[in-house]
Design a protein around this ligand. Structure first.
Ligand code: PLP
Length: 381
């Protein structure tokens, strides 16, 4: 104790060790982590410049390329959640005054537009109602009219349960000389994503959904055209923490310290990606589709209505219309309090109108579908 200062105990609390409830997370995310991912996370940290950690970094990068189906050199997990990786995609490529076109069909498209504006981009949006996707004709008309430097889209809109078809979008972007930025937060590892075939220049994701890891890392990837735009910028990247030109000195061959890597999160990410590679992307995608289809069939058999049209339905996230006269919030609270099961409510324009059921990563399993359907059948008022 210092002679000058006494310790103020006003904020001191005598707490017991943490005790978290066992929850089955069938909402919009996070999803439950795979048990071996949890084991990997609980290992003792090693130094973030330890040769063994450096080897692990390479493994994570390589398996992220596999998950995304890309050869992009600049493929790294950002230290932060999906929003950090979203911000990295914008911060590194945008310069003030750049025209950015954001295709908004839900909450996360709005977030992209908001973030791009904070980097002083000239943001224009095209919009579809929350429960629809864009056609190639709509995208082309907007590219022709606005001639943006970047088109930003959300592949899997977690707020609506809509999967944006991507065939042909990349070709249009090349034709109109703009970069294609894609949010794959709710698709990576769970829904087919072919970044290079789709000619996507920038993409990001999260750890806590299709990858069966807790939240904390935001996978990020940047192709050669986006790299060229970053290299040609007139000033520094206006975000030090997410600056890929600096981060690349750590993730590239120089291994220069930038920030202390969250090493345990990367242990978990390596294990999550290892599991995905062991299963194989085709099998993981098929499993998500199979379980989603049985959920959809079961819910419809109970007379419930699904918000997304079948051809645009997202296997990882199902939006179910709350029937007239049912208190949607009370039912999700009942599922949580009585059964320890989390199901999400609606977001933004769909608040109070839908439930959001997630079957993502480790949680996309037949037994979870059966359990939830049984509860909807027997306990929905
Ligand atoms: N984009 C989409 C489509 C999302 O669903 C989310 C989160 O759910 C995000 C971005 C933001 O990710 P995070 O909450 O991990 O920051």
């Amino acid at each position: 104790m210092s002679a000058l200062h006494t310790v103020n105990n006003a904020h001191r609390r005598a707490l017991g060790p943490i005790a978290t409830p066992d929850r089955l997370l069938l909402g919009p995310g996070p999803s439950n982590a795979h048990p071996t991912v949890l084991q990997a996370l609980s290992r003792n940290p090693i130094g973030h410049l330890d040769p063994l950690y450096v080897e692990l970094m390479g493994e994570v990068q390589e398996l992220l390329r596999y998950a995304w189906q890309t050869d992009n050199r600049l493929t790294i997990p950002m230290s932060g959640t999906g929003s950090a990786a979203m911000e990295a995609a914008l911060a590194n490529t945008l310069e003030p005054g750049d025209k950015v076109l954001i295709a908004v069909k839900g909450y996360f498209g709005l977030r992209l537009a908001d973030m791009a504006g904070r980097y002083r981009a000239d943001v224009v949006t095209i919009e579809r109602p929350w429960g629809e996707a864009f056609t190639l004709e709509e995208i082309e008309a907007a590219l022709r009219e606005h001639r943006p430097a970047i088109l930003g889209m959300v592949h899997a809109e977690t707020s609506t349960g809509i999967l944006q078809p991507m065939e042909g979008v990349g070709e249009l972007c090349r034709q109109y000389g703009c970069l294609l930025l894609l949010d794959t937060v709710t698709s990576l590892g769970a829904v087919p994503v072919h970044l290079d075939d789709w000619q996507v220049d920038l993409a990001y994701s999260c750890s806590q959904k299709g990858l069966s890891c807790p939240p904390g890392l935001g996978p990020f990837t940047m192709g050669p055209r986006a790299e060229a735009k970053m290299e040609a910028r007139r000033g520094k990247v206006p975000n030090w923490y997410l600056d890929v030109t600096l981060l690349n000195q750590y993730w590239g061959t120089d291994r220069v310290y930038h920030h202390t890597a969250p090493v345990n999160m990367n242990f978990g990410m390596r294990e999550a990606l290892r599991l995905l590679a062991e299963e194989g992307l085709e099998h993981a995608w098929a499993r998500h589709r199979r379980n989603a289809e049985s959920l959809w069939a079961g819910l419809e058999a109970l007379g419930l209505e699904l918000h997304a049209p079948e051809h645009l339905r997202l296997p990882t996230l199902t939006t179910v219309r709350i029937p007239e006269g049912v208190d949607g919030k009370a039912f999700t609270l009942h599922l949580l309090n009585k059964h320890g099961i989390e199901v999400g409510g609606g977001l933004g324009a769909l608040a109070g109108k839908v439930w959001r059921i997630g079957l993502m990563g480790y949680n996309s399993r037949a037994e979870n579908v059966e359990l939830l359907l049984e509860l909807f059948r027997t306990e929905l008022p």
